[in-house]
Design a protein around this ligand. Structure first.
Ligand code: FAD
Length: 259
């Protein structure tokens, strides 16, 4: 299979750099084709701005959604954005790898999403009417592909449990896993999170990479997170509120959006 790793860490000799190298080696040894988008090394431009739309008339007021739509539809996107879109379409699975910075992905990776997930490509796709909100949340350009987060965090696992002070990791990653990945159609695997990442030694690294290898072996085998598809009857139309009575014991908050 073909796997794209989108990697965001400024230091190749970091823990993240080691984990990335391990993933490439493990996946290649299993017979997969692997591509890495190394955002810092490639000098990725993080900010979405007027320079992304060179075909827009000079001096015109920038309407970002409309400009994104035109650039994608008319093939006037910048070369770096078009290349990343080709890589995404090529891949059977996409891994986003990053250190947790301020409870989210580093800004450079958020900028990769903002610029690459263009209107007409990753959003604004399909019928938009009073009855339908497009092909999203389970449908969309990436339907049939898998995605997984590989994240390192300084905090302890307990800090990210249900009653942990940082909030549950599933909730913190919801905007990425549900909003960024499931929205344009990916089947999202449970994340691989390394806690207390700043307290790593050779023995722990051995254990962590062993577990990472195991998760990679299950990338196309294990069941993805059971996020509810938008157009499968679980949400009221047109409010898109989850219908009453779908709660399961123990599930509340954002986890209600899992089946
Ligand atoms: P590194 O600093 O490169 O390494 C971590 C440890 O691993 C070091 O001890 C290093 O010696 C060791 N190591 C590296 N490679 C190997 C190897 N091959 N074998 C064995 N040991 C190795 N944490 C949170 O929990 N929540 C947050 O919101 C959060 N926000 C942050 C915001 C910022 C701006 C920053 C800078 C940090 C934040 N952190 C947060 C902490 C951050 O998540 C961790 O520092 C990061 O995940 C560690 O990953 P790294 O690749 O940078 O590690």
């Amino acid at each position: 299979m073909k796997i794209l790793i989108v990697y965001a860490h400024p230091e190749p000799r970091s823990l993240n750099g080691s984990l990335r190298d391990r993933m490439v080696a493990t996946l290649a040894a299993a017979g997969h084709e692997v591509l890495v988008s190394d955002l810092y090394a490639e000098g990725w431009k993080a900010a979405l701005d007027g320079a992304d739309f060179p075909a827009e008339p000079a001096g015109a007021r920038l309407e970002v959604v409309a400009a994104s739509h035109r650039a994608f539809a008319e093939g006037t996107q910048t070369a770096d954005v078009a290349r990343e879109q080709r890589r995404l379409l090529w891949a059977d699975a996409v891994i986003l790898q990053f250190p947790l910075w301020w409870f989210s992905m580093p800004a450079i990776m958020k900028g990769w999403v903002e610029r690459v997930f263009a209107h007409g490509f990753a959003y604004g796709v399909g019928e938009h009417s009073d009855r339908r909100w497009g092909d999203r949340y389970g449908e969309g350009v990436f339907a049939g592909k898998r995605a997984m987060l590989v994240v390192t965090a300084g905090g302890w696992a307990e800090h990210y449990e249900e009653r942990g002070i940082n909030g549950p990791i599933d909730d913190l990653l919801f905007p990425i896993q549900h909003g960024i990945l499931f929205y344009p159609g990916f089947s999202v695997m449970e994340p691989f999170v390394v806690y207390r990442a700043d307290r790593m030694d050779a023995e722990r690294f051995h254990d962590v990479t062993g577990e990472l290898d195991r998760r990679l072996a299950g990338l196309f085998v294990e069941a993805p997170i059971s996020f509810r598809p938008q157009n499968a009857g679980d949400y009221e139309i047109p409010s898109m509120r989850l219908k009453d009575g779908l709660e399961r014991a123990g599930l509340q908050g954002l986890r209600l959006h899992r089946r």
